[in-house]
Design a protein around this ligand. Sequence first.
Ligand code: URA
Length: 434
Amino acid sequence: MRMVDIITKKKSGYELSPEEISFFIKGYTKGEIPDYQVSALMMAIFFKGMSEKETLALTMEMADSGDHLDLSAISGIKVDKHSTGGVGDKTSLSLTPIVASCGVPVAKMSGRGLGHTGGTIDKLESFDGFNVSISEKEFIDNVNSIGISLMAQTADLAPADKKLYALRDVTGTVDNMSLIASSIMSKKLAAGADAIVLDVKTGSGAFMKTLEDSRALAKAMVDIGNGAGRKTVALITDMDQPLGNAVGNAIEVREAIDTLNGKGPADFTELVYALATKMLILGEKAKTEEEALDMIKNAVTSGKALEKLASFIKAQGGNPDQVYDPSLLRVSDSVMVLKADASGFVDRITCDKVGVACMMLGGGRASKEDTIDLSVGIKLLKKKGDEVKEGDDLAMIYYSDEKKLTSALEELKSAYHIASVKPEKSVLIKEMIG
Ligand code: URA
């Protein structure tokens, strides 16, 4: 078999056989097929799509490209959660300590930023000394001793996805349904959880821009999960404007901590509580949504969820003082304010533009080798539906390089749309699948 024939076949719109998918995944994982040929294939898949059969074959091949994590040493029902990626999506940082403090063991592999979206692993590195690359033994020991551990995908877990994820990030091939479904589900299947809650984003900041596409993605992933014997549910949630107010890395961690202190933005809090509810039910810690919600609220008001975050940060070498005093997290103190150039209502915030503006500041990667600046970011002071007067502050930009600021400011400015009529309120949680 030759890689060039596989690229040509997909480019011409034909279905790849399981053997061809296996050939390219095995060859790429071993380093025998170069990035440039796989980039070409990713682009061909992007334009021609994949059938259900191809998507399933790709998922299974990637899940089996490395080790499967054995979580049997952790007692209880392990419930994993994964988002399809969004702007200001710091959900795992608040959600996981909440559910862990309610008794659901959290053993989670998270990702880095992808395209214009952020990643939990990058955000966690905002804590001084925090280690995202602990050994599998430490990972399992931490879950057994404190109930929670989050780490970066190891080199041995779905390594094909790890390589493809980094390649897609910089070749404009992220936003394809089959590639997203196989990327997420291969990791989730290899990571060994008993049940999976998926947060499928929809809107201008999501990889799937329409509800129809997001629904198809959610269905594909739920079918793969359930087919593999893992109870899987998906919530389709709004990503037509950034989630919460903070976009960046350290700045998002601060907002996640505010939320654990009961002082988070309403939309973000609503999403965290909704996902936590599903996780408590799947983890058999609550029988009804009401019971789950009471437990979640109690975990926040009692301070248990915040304490859980602090123990988790400490166990992985981070500084827990930054949990109790988030001002110790390094956010740049060079700030520029974006002002409204008209009066009216915020009609729309083109969400991916806010993510791109953050990347331009240095908060995301343009090439695989880039290191990111965790201290930069954007704080939205006005969101959809808010009334503004000309000259009002719309957003604060935390920057560390003046040259990067100029283009980021332009991008952010073009994201805000002000109209004379108040827009309809967006529904945050749109549907549940599974
Ligand atoms: N998250 C992933 O893990 N993979 C994708 O392709 C998109 C979001």
